[in-house]
Design a protein around this ligand. Structure first.
Ligand SMILES: *Cc1c(COP(=O)(O)O)cnc(C)c1O
Length: 388
């Protein structure tokens, strides 16, 4: 521990209104799912993200599982997805008895390389799952064109994407189905939580059934059937209203949270420009049509060794920097259950070289300066005032 204190990699932001809403939920004595706070959150998402139906879930992982159920993915089917992502996407495919087919990412955005998706699609492909890495959009129109030709369902993993958009469309609202995460490490949180965004009308009715353990409970609540019963596949995907009350406080502050994160992101981006021009790091690349949300700041270093040294150096300065993702295609379960399409060189390289620095709403300017100074000094750039 050093005198100036430890800078954690992430710290959940709290707006201050969470307790009041949770107290209200307790007073209403409706703590299970689909209560008044769940409805507020779902309505907010439908209006602000722009989706036909939003369903709050216990996790983004759960929302991805629902999406694959709705896409009728089953044994013998294939789902195309990037290897450079969180494990949830792949486990959701494997839980359906289907095969994840891993493709490489683009050098610039680290999002799925749409040119490679075409080669990965076979007669067995049921869905393409894209990830908007770091809240920066994938090439959605190209992916949607490929899917149209092959009859695949397009699922957007927008776990990083709340508050981000491309061409005026919110991430998660563009494909047939989208998934958002409210995990503690995401921009907006309720601890553990997520949402399924049902953008295509044809999935809405079945989505409500899958969400409620395969029952027509929603139709019962609306008075459309006189009792509810088991009608389809599904599981318990609902978010508790206690968690939704917490989430409701956060959703009302999305704009402020995004602005705070973008401010930190920009400070990093400016401070690391010199290192990029020296060729020792590469900074994130955001295509002009993409409006991101400051979800993370990462640097790509020259090699794995430089990355390990930087993480160690930062750790000894009390700064917690981390890396991700260990490629899925070469992980033990990826080798056992999946198949790779192509060589995945960019994935392997990014996975070795990427480092994420602390970024959270509420992080002080002094802490951001400490991180930038420590990174710059690691590369031999001496601290200097902004005008020197
Ligand atoms: C966090 C994350 C998930 C999983 O979210 P949970 O809400 O924890 O299930 C899925 N995909 C990506 C890309 C993520 O970053």
């Amino acid at each position: 521990m050093n005198a100036v204190g430890h800078i954690p990699f992430n710290r959940a932001y709290v707006t201050g209104a969470e307790f009041n809403y949770m107290r209200e939920a307790i007073e209403q004595a409706h703590l299970a799912g689909n209560g008044s706070f769940s409805h507020l959150c779902r309505g907010w998402l439908e209006r602000n993200v722009g989706t036909r139906r939003a369903l709050s879930t216990h996790s983004c992982t759960g929302a991805l599982e629902m999406a694959l159920t709705l896409a009728e993915v089953g044994p013998g089917d294939e789902v195309v997805l990037p290897s450079f992502t969180f494990v949830s996407a792949a486990t959701a495919v494997v839980n359906r008895g289907a095969t994840p087919v891993f493709v490489d990412i683009r050098e610039d955005t680290l999002c799925i390389d749409h040119a490679l998706v075409e080669h990965a699609i076979t007669g067995m492909t049921k869905a393409v799952m894209v990830v908007h890495y770091a809240g920066v959009a994938c090439e959605m129109s190209a992916v949607l064109d490929l899917a149209r030709k092959s009859g695949c369902v397009v699922i957007e993993d927008a776990a990083h994407g709340l508050g981000a958009s491309t061409g005026g469309l919110a991430l998660g609202s563009i494909g047939h189905l989208g998934a958002i995460s409210f995990h503690e490490t995401k921009n907006v949180t309720c601890g553990e939580g997520g949402a399924l965004l049902v953008n295509d009308e044809r999935f809405v009715e079945r989505a409500e059934i899958v969400h409620e353990k395969g029952t027509d409970r929603q139709r019962f609540y609306r008075g459309l059937v006189d009792k509810y019963t088991w009608v389809d596949e599904g599981s318990s995907y609902v978010l508790s209203d206690l968690a939704a009350a917490f989430l409701w406080a956060q959703l009302q502050h999305v704009d402020q949270i995004t602005a705070m994160r973008l401010d930190i992101w920009s400070r990093y981006h400016e401070a690391f420009a010199e290192l990029e021009s020296q060729g020792v790091v590469r900074r994130p690349i955001v295509p002009h049509e993409s409006v991101h949300n400051g979800h993370m700041y990462y640097l790509l270093l020259r090699d794995q060794r430089a990355r390990a040294q930087l993480i160690d150096t930062l750790a000894s300065a009390g700064i917690n920097a981390v890396f991700h993702y260990v490629p899925l295609h070469s992980s033990p379960a990826g080798l056992r259950f999946g198949r790779k399409a192509g060589s995945l060189e960019v994935t392997d390289s990014a996975s070795d070289r990427l480092v994420r620095v602390p970024l959270w709403a509420g992080m002080s300017d002094a802490d951001v300066d400490r991180v930038t100074a420590a990174v710059r000094s690691f590369f031999g750039v001496r601290p200097s005032g902004p005008n020197k």
